[in-house]
Design a protein around this ligand. Structure first.
Ligand code: PGA
Length: 243
């Protein structure tokens, strides 16, 4: 089945390096859906390089208002204008800097209103995982992020990223991620009040070419959100091409 593979470049690349990587991945041809999320300053340049490519563009964050006196912020509407297809929201690295579920909720609404797909990130830290509190914690995150949201036929993507697995080289076991993701999908549909809503759930956290197929084989894993490995063009291509 077709999967969604998204590369999250984080704040790892400057403008020049972003354009170089965009050139290296633009030729990807796969049956999966693929996207990359450069830093905001590189979005327009990367979009130009990706013109005619199958690789879609995504942003790493946005603000919830459409326009106005909000120094330093970027609206979902302008991301749409640049040519983005989706926006990552509530990444744990943003949450560590103060991002809240309430703000993720406002941003999710704004992203949907702009005609973009939100990629809402959730996931527990090591202490919660070890004490068996992952499920309750992630359910709470989903509830707070999705309250009052109407998809109206639009697609929602949730990325399940256990914080302890991000950038650590210690991915969650694929079968365990699969179970969590079944729960996440069910919870999201319950909160949305739409059993038939189109909700995709991605796994993220130390995915590399060598373990990606294990995840993509799972029924409840609709794709992957990839950090470190998405910075290596060959590695990212390999993952994007997994059937
Ligand atoms: P990683 O990051 O693949 O480097 O673990 C994933 C993410 O933070 O989205």
């Amino acid at each position: 089945m077709k999967k969604l593979i998204i590369g999250n470049w984080k704040m790892n690349l400057g403008l020049k390096a972003s354009l170089v990587l965009a050139k290296a991945v633009k030729g990807i041809k796969t049956n999966n859906e693929v996207g990359v999320c450069p830093s905001a300053f590189a979005l327009a340049g990367v979009k130009q390089i990706l013109s005619g490519s199958q690789v879609k563009l995504g942003a790493q964050n946005c603000f919830w208002e459409i326009a106005g006196a909000f120094t330093g912020e970027i609206s979902a509407k302008s991301l749409k204008e640049i040519g983005c297809a989706f926006v990552i929201l509530g990444h744990s690295e943003q949450r560590a800097l103060g991002e809240t579920c309430q703000r993720v909720n406002l941003k999710t609404k704004a992203v949907l209103a702009a005609g973009l797909t939100p990629v809402v990130c959730v996931g527990e830290d090591w202490a919660k995982y070890k004490s068996g509190k992952s499920r309750a914690f992630v359910q709470g995150q989903i509830k707070r992020a999705l309250t009052g949201i109407k998809l109206n036929g639009k697609k929602l993507v949730i990325a399940y990223e256990p914080i302890w697995a991000i950038g650590s080289g210690k991915a969650m076991r694929a079968g365990e991620a699969n179970q969590m993701q079944a729960l996440i999908k069910a919870e999201a549909k319950k909160v949305l009040g739409q059993p038939k809503a189109e909700v995709l759930v991605l796994y993220g956290g130390s995915v590399e070419a060598k373990n990606a197929a294990d995840f993509l084989r799972q029924d409840n894993i609709d794709g992957l959100l990839i950090g470190g490995a998405s910075l290596k063009a060959q590695e990212f291509k390999k993952i994007a091409n997994i059937k």
